[in-house]
Design a binder for this molecule. Sequence first.
Ligand code: UGA
Length: 439
Amino acid sequence: MKISVIGCGYLGAVHAASMVELGHEVVGIDVDQPKVEALQQATPPFYEPGFEALLGRALASGRLRFSTDVRDAAGSIVHFLCVGTPQKRGEYAADMRYVEAAVESLVQVLAPGDLVVGKSTVPVGTAARLAELVTGKVPGAMLAWNPEFLREGYAVADTLHPDRLVYGLPADPEGETARALLDEVYAPIVSAGTPQVITDYATAEMVKTAANSFLATKISFINAMAELCEATGADVKQLADAIGHDDRIGRKFLNAGLGFGGGCLPKDIRAFMARAGELGADQALTFLREVDNINMRRRIRMVELAREVCDGSLLGKRVAVLGAAFKPESDDIRDSPALNVAAQLQLQGAVVLVTDPAALDNSRREWPHLDFAETPEEAADRADAVLLLTEWPQYLELDPVAFGRVVRKKRVLDGRNALSRTTWEGAGWTYRALGRRGT
Ligand code: UGA
């Protein structure tokens, strides 16, 4: 099938190459010329495990190309909308300008029978509005909403083997046609028995924001428990293990620590609240404000803990920050808790050196006032405290004995509750973590 993918960021680029893997002929469109050139040369413009190989295979097949010209989408039958919906500056609402621009340009090249498939995370009500625009401009064209649940770091596997397919469809007979087209696009995934949920537009849009809100709530729940553990001397990690054994609760997404960041959860819960307000249903989501507050308080607590460990003052103290990406296996630094903490420490007088295996280039560009080091050892040179803020596997494997030789004071703050406390303490380190007693 001939497919176009509009927007080639983390979501769109992986989607485009994955659709080739499923057997289709794909053109990826993006307004960012350097990004398009990089993709066309099989160079991923971002770090995502497995993506380089997938992209290379897709390009070598001759069934994938990238372009900055939306006219290259003409002739495709299915058009995926994968552009970003970031938070508006100074507001909670989502900035819809990229979605609007993409649809405005796409309708110029659509033909009757074409299907536009929204994948971007959008405020509920968007699909209905865009469907009117699409069918108004191109009678016979259709629109479906097919939210994407991929996680950065696992984007390739999540796209090729999703745990469910959600189709938000128009009323029949278009709905039936759109469903058949989507089933054809995802044929190998459908025949693997992947659960399908067929809904109207509003439900499909809400599935995505509800899922991300639930995940954010789960993280903030355990972080609220961490605050209580700090007040009572209880241990949040044991608490999470114990409640996680109840399979109604589950252990996943109960890792207490510095909380959530990235380009999705923070802005999605805010956009959801903003949209609920517009719909007169803001009370239903006031709890998300608390979820957001708990999350942001963790960053402040981390800075306080660093100060406590550094004998009550950060002034002139050398602090090593391990991790800049918002999570491991990604170079994405959007709303990164680690960089946020690093900047606060620096503002309060600490001499901060940040390191990361994948996100240094992005960090240097976006946070030019921070100082960076290539390796953990360089970052920790004569450090008064070492902060683990993104739990990259290579940091979890550090040898605390050897690492202890580069620092001035053997003090480690585990912002992700991911290090082995006994190993580090055994090597003579003072170990502190959010939600757990100090030694
Ligand atoms: C999230 C969702 O998990 C995806 O399902 C969704 O498709 C995606 O947003 C999106 O909307 O596009 P992602 O932002 O890649 O995916 O990252 P997550 O794995 O959800 O992690 C989000 C943040 O939560 C990270 O900063 C992570 O460190 C933090 N986290 C996660 C915790 O603090 N504790 C946990 O137990 C789990």
